[in-house]
Design a protein around this ligand. Structure first.
Ligand code: PMP
Length: 379
């Protein structure tokens, strides 16, 4: 590791570690919640054709407004959302960064509820936004009362709610989002300032039946932002395309901070081709949900405690030494995620074969590292 201490680094970045999920070459890579199914050949061909069609014009900057892409994304989202309400960037990470550049910054606060997606504090540091952790219940759930109370107490400028949450995988009741939204409105009514409420729905397409999207809450809530990505259900993590839906004024605000022509012509062409083949691309979602449910059921049989999952991954415990289990699974060629939460691990639901490999390896590993018995309510 190079020594950064001699550099005139910003104080807010000192001592931080960069995002660093291991990228190891192992047979079963189940640690970053990608869709592990390859892009279907038909869609890969359509992407190739669309990219070929723009290649000769790469001497020119792309459409800065990615007009066609915004129209297609609005059509995909539905809920009466118009293209002027849609914004996109290179992954939802960049979308979140732009939100913080516009609405966070020095002297401002981002409130989130840990454990949650590890990039939120890093994005706050990168934009010099103070990060406040509102915390969760011991079982990692988040109640409307607690979340709203934290908004009232900390008076943040931006709130990020991941639904479903990462690493736990469980979606929020819409009542939690409504309560948080109302709390920021009360802060403003009391003479303070309101907040932008961001609901990160990166895994929305994997929701359990009956789970409702925050997109349904957008009408009449001009401070609400719902972010999505093509990295998960769409099996396009390598293309880097994240997007959001919000009031049209929000997309206008983000134009102030985006870099000119931030979405390359190649990215736009790729995403357009994907959106023209939504049904084929999302064809693996039901199979992945089936493997996810299979993992949850089997882990319970094995005496473990998996959290309810609305996503394509499962968070589970308890182990005496989760890192030792992570290491032992790796020795079997299975890479899962040690998210740093004691006694717990997270695994991506992949293909049937990958799931079988994970469950088979886990059974062997459990012989050496038995599940911890202490009573924990299985979520
Ligand atoms: N939000 C959550 C909750 C995530 O888990 C991830 C990816 N791990 C992202 C956002 C960012 O994804 P991307 O930048 O690929 O859209």
């Amino acid at each position: 590791m190079p020594d950064l201490s001699s550099l005139p680094l910003r104080d807010s970045l000192r001592g931080l570690s960069p995002y660093g999920a291991p990228q190891l070459d192992v047979p079963y890579m189940l640690n970053t919640n990608e869709n592990t199914h390859p892009v279907p050949a038909e869609v890969a061909e359509a992407i190739t054709a669309r990219v070929a069609a723009v290649a000769g014009g790469l001497n020119r900057y792309p459409d800065r407004e990615f007009t066609q892409l915004r129209e297609h994304l609005a059509g995909y989202l539905g809920h009466g959302i118009g293209p002027e309400q849609v914004w996109a960037a290179n992954g939802s990470n960049e979308v979140l960064q732009q939100i913080l550049q516009a609405f966070g910054g020095p002297g401002r606060t981002l409130l989130s509820f840990q454990p949650s997606y590890s990039m939120y504090p890093l994005l706050a540091a990168g934009t010099d936004t103070a990060f406040v952790d509102g915390g969760r219940a011991e079982d990692h759930t988040l109640s409307a009362e607690h979340a709203a109370e934290q908004v009232r107490r900390h008076r943040p400028h931006v709130v990020v709610l991941a639904s479903p949450n990462n690493p736990t995988g469980t979606a929020l009741e819409l009542e939690v989002i409504e309560a948080v939204y109302d709390a920021q409105a009360r802060n403003e009514a009391d003479g303070g300032h309101g907040a932008m409420i961001v609901v990160d729905e990166a895994y929305a397409e994997f929701a359990l039946a009956g789970t409702r999207s925050a997109l349904t809450l957008l009408p009449g809530r001009e401070r609400l932002i719902v972010t999505r990505t093509m990295s998960k259900a769409f099996a396009l993590a390598g293309a880097r395309l994240g997007y959001l839906a919000a009031d049209a004024a929000v997309t206008d605000a983000l134009r102030l901070v985006r870099l000119p022509y931030h979405l390359s012509a190649v990215t736009q062409a790729t995403a357009l081709a994907a959106l023209e083949h939504v049904d084929t691309l999302l064809g693996t979602v039901e199979a992945i949900k089936g493997q996810r449910d299979r993992i949850v059921a089997r882990l319970r049989e094995l005496g473990l405690h998996p959290a309810v999952s609305d996503s394509n991954f499962v968070f589970f415990g308890r182990f005496q030494d989760a890192h030792a289990v992570w290491q032992a699974l790796l020795a079997h060629g299975v890479l899962v995620r040690d998210v740093g939460i004691p006694h717990h691990l997270r695994v991506t639901a992949g293909t049937e074969e990958e799931t079988t490999a994970f469950l088979t390896a886990l059974e062997v590993v459990l012989a050496e590292h038995p599940a911890e018995r202490p009573a924990e309510p299985s979520a």
